[in-house]
Write a protein that binds this ligand. Structure first.
Ligand SMILES: [Fe+2]
Ligand SMILES: [Fe+2]
Length: 129
């Protein structure tokens, strides 16, 4: 999936971070579809975990600073995403790479980004100066 203007939040930094999330998911999906991705799964998970957490805290601060009406909902949905990623990191450490789990994860990330950014993050636009 690609970032489009439909996901614009009115904050360039947030938008750049979203583009990076879309890009990483896309690149990893391509690797999986090419029959690769096993050796890079740990790096992908590490990136996803670290980058999403720092993006979430940046965006949460931004919503608080601009008194965005969906600030609390935003945080709740971020927590759910973080929990799901942490759970997969744990599963991977315990059981190792599983192609169908990896594929489901990428699909879930795309669905989440589309839904969350399109419904919650875009509301930043209404409060940005
Ligand atoms: Fe968000
Ligand atoms: Fe976001």
């Amino acid at each position: 999936m690609k970032w489009t203007k439909a996901y614009a939040t009115g904050n360039d930094e947030v938008d750049e971070q979203h583009k990076t999330l879309f890009l990483m998911s896309d690149q990893y999906r391509e690797a999986l579809e090419a029959g690769q991705g096993e050796s890079t799964y740990d790096v992908f998970l590490e990136f996803l975990s670290t980058y999403s957490k720092s993006h979430f805290s940046f965006e949460e601060e931004c919503m608080l600073a601009h008194v965005c009406p969906v600030a609390a909902l935003n945080k709740t949905e971020h927590c759910a995403f973080t929990k799901a990623v942490d759970k997969e990191v744990e599963r991977f450490r315990r059981d190792g790479f599983d192609r169908s789990v990896a594929s489901n994860l990428v699909n879930a990330i795309d669905r989440w980004l589309e839904s969350h950014i399109g419904r919650v993050d875009v509301q930043l636009k209404s409060v940005m100066p």
